[in-house]
Design a protein around this ligand. Structure first.
Ligand code: 5GP
Ligand code: MG
Ligand code: MG
Length: 210
């Protein structure tokens, strides 16, 4: 395989083919979601649970937008990874968490995800929380790439319905890169051509879940 032809470029911005959601688009939508969540969880002391790593930026913006903030809101994190052949989520989703059953039992859990794609990851996380005795489990996902579902599933809160393209930025990575970008966009094909995926789905590391 040839060396990555991105190497001549100086910044992550130079690798982007297009922007799908600007920083302003995202912050406007996050404020709307936060208000809706504050209303729906009034008096419910929600446990807001971020699915790492991809949701870290959405999570920190969203929790600040949950206004007026319901008393008893607490936060925690869970890590989900799916190990596949490289380009597809295998469905073998591994969860990593030190969250104890007692902390979930009887709580209204709001899961915060970066993107729901096939839905294999989020449905595994939901099942785990139900097994831990959560009073309710709902999902806030920034992006919903619903064309690619392999399971019938609809998240309760969706930032944007996303086209069927591999996106990066605002927490979402390609091989751990691009997470820090404040907007969401699509990479130039030559930025993953060196992996031989030919523009398919650059899930290069084989660890696509987080
Ligand atoms: P699933 O297919 O299980 O619904 O999605 C699992 C995970 O794959 C997501 O949480 C996310 O980490 C990753 N993923 C799915 N689609 C994309 C995408 O377009 N871009 C990036 N960076 N990650 C994605
Ligand atoms: Mg995720
Ligand atoms: Mg990833």
């Amino acid at each position: 395989k040839e060396a990555c032809s991105c190497s001549g470029r100086q910044t992550y911005h130079d690798d982007m083919a297009k922007t799908l959601y600007t920083e302003a688009d995202i912050s406007k939508r996050v404020v709307e979601l936060g208000r809706q969540i504050a209303q729906d969880y009034e008096g419910k002391a929600p446990l807001v649970l971020g699915v790492l790593k991809g949701s870290f930026m959405f999570f920190s913006d969203l929790v600040r937008a949950v206004e007026p903030c319901p008393r008893g809101l607490t936060m925690d994190f869970i890590r989900a990874s799916s190990y596949g052949s490289g380009t597809e989520s295998s469905g073998d989703v591994k969860l990593k968490t030190d969250l104890k059953r007692e902390k979930v039992e009887g709580r209204h859990v709001l899961l915060v995800e970066d993107i729901v794609d096939t839905a294999l990851t989020i449905t595994t996380v939901i099942r785990h929380l139900q097994e831990c005795g959560a009073a309710s489990v709902a999902v806030a996902t920034l992006l919903d790439k619903h064309e690619r579902r392999r399971l019938p599933y609809r998240p309760e809160y969706v930032g944007f319905v996303c086209p069927n393209e591999f996106v990066v930025g605002y927490g979402l990575d390609f091989d751990e890169e691009y997470r820090s970008l404040p907007y969401i966009g699509v990479l130039k094909p030559e930025c993953y051509a060196h992996l031989g995926l030919d523009g398919a789905e650059p899930d290069g590391s084989g660890d696509s879940g987080d």
